[in-house]
Design a protein. Structure first.
Length: 275
C-alpha cells in the first residue's frame, strides 16, 4: 500500500491537501491518508466492477426468481456502503503496519531469492493460502455462535447480484479479508504483485455473485465459481471456498452445483414459465 500512498502524496496530498509543514512520513498523516485511500479504493472497485458485472454479465431474468427480494439491488448497495467504512478501520491498521515496514513486501524483482519464478510462485501460494484461510473463517462464521450476529446478513440475498459481493456485516467482511492481509506478513511478496492480487480478489468476489454459471467443463469441480457460490447462498452448508473446491472436498462440504445438474435457479424459472 505504500506505493499507492507515495503516489497520492506526490501527485495530490502534498501539493494540494496537507500543510507544507506536515511531513509525509508522520504517522497520523499516514493513518488519515490510508483511511481515505482505502475507502475510495474499496468504493471504486465495488461500484465500478459491480456495475459492469451487473449490466453486462448478470442475467436479469434471475430477478424474476421468487427468492429475489423487493428492491434487492438497492438494499445490497446500501448495506455495502454502510459496511465498507467500518471494514476499513482494522484494514487501515494492517496497511499502516505495511507502510511502516513490518511486512515482507519488497520493491524489486532482484529482492526475491528466486527472481521472476519467485514472483510467480508467490502468486500461486497467495491464492492457495487465502483460499484455505477464507474456507475455515467462512465455515467458522456459520457456527451458531457467530452466524446470526455476523454472517446471516450476507445470506439475506438468496439469489445474489454482483452488488451482494461486499454486502457483509463489517466483522464478517473484515474476517474474510484477513488472509489477504496476513499473507505479506508471513511470506515475501512483490509490492506490485500484492496490489494486483488485491484487485483480483475483489473482482473475484464480485464474479462469484454474478449469476453466470459458465465454467469450462474440465474445471467445473475444481474452480469455485458463481454456480457453487449460488448453492452456498441457497443451501447454506456447502461450498464455503473462495477460488477452488479443494478445501470443501477435504472438509466434506462440497456440493456439485445444482446449475450443472439442471436444477439451478434458471431451471426453476423455466419450469415456472412452463406452468
Amino acid at each position: 500500500m505504500d506505493l499507492v500512498l507515495d503516489a497520492a502524496d506526490r501527485h495530490i496530498l502534498t501539493p494540494y491537501v496537507y500543510p507544507a509543514g506536515w511531513p509525509e512520513g508522520e504517522p497520523c498523516r499516514q493513518l488519515l491518508s490510508l483511511f481515505v485511500i482505502t475507502n475510495l479504493g474499496a468504493l471504486t472497485l465495488y461500484l465500478l466492477f459491480g456495475t459492469l458485472s451487473y449490466y453486462f454479465i448478470f442475467d436479469h431474468e434471475l430477478k424474476k426468481h421468487p427468492q429475489f427480494l423487493e428492491n434487492q439491488v438497492r438494499r445490497e448497495i446500501a448495506y455495502a456502503l454502510r459496511s465498507l467504512p467500518w471494514i476499513s478501520v482494522p484494514t487501515v491498521a494492517l496497511f499502516f503496519a505495511e507502510v511502516r515496514g513490518y511486512s515482507k513486501l519488497y520493491d524489486n524483482i532482484e529482492d526475491s531469492p528466486y527472481g521472476w519464478s519467485g514472483v510467480f510462485l508467490s502468486m500461486l501460494s497467495f491464492l492457495f493460502f487465502t483460499d484455505m484461510g477464507i474456507y475455515w473463517i467462512h465455515r467458522g462464521l456459520h457456527h451458531k455462535l457467530f452466524y446470526k450476529r455476523f454472517h446471516k446478513p450476507h445470506h439475506l440475498w438468496k439469489i445474489a447480484t454482483p452488488f451482494a459481493s461486499h454486502a457483509f456485516h463489517p466483522v464478517d467482511g473484515f474476517m474474510q479479508s484477513l488472509p489477504y492481509h496476513i499473507y505479506p506478513f508471513l511470506f515475501p511478496l512483490h509490492k506490485v504483485t500484492y496490489l494486483g492480487l488485491y484487485i483480483f480478489v475483489n473482482v473475484w468476489t464480485i464474479s462469484i455473485h454474478d449469476g453466470d454459471y459458465r465454467v469450462p467443463r474440465l474445471l467445473r469441480h475444481v474452480i469455485n465459481g458463481s454456480a457453487h457460490h449460488t448453492d452456498h447462498h441457497l443451501y447454506f452448508d456447502y461450498n464455503y471456498g473462495q477460488y477452488f473446491t479443494l478445501w470443501d472436498k477435504i472438509g466434506g462440504s462440497y456440493k456439485s452445483p445444482t446449475a450443472f445438474e439442471g436444477k439451478g435457479p434458471h431451471d426453476y424459472l423455466r419450469k415456472l414459465q412452463e406452468k
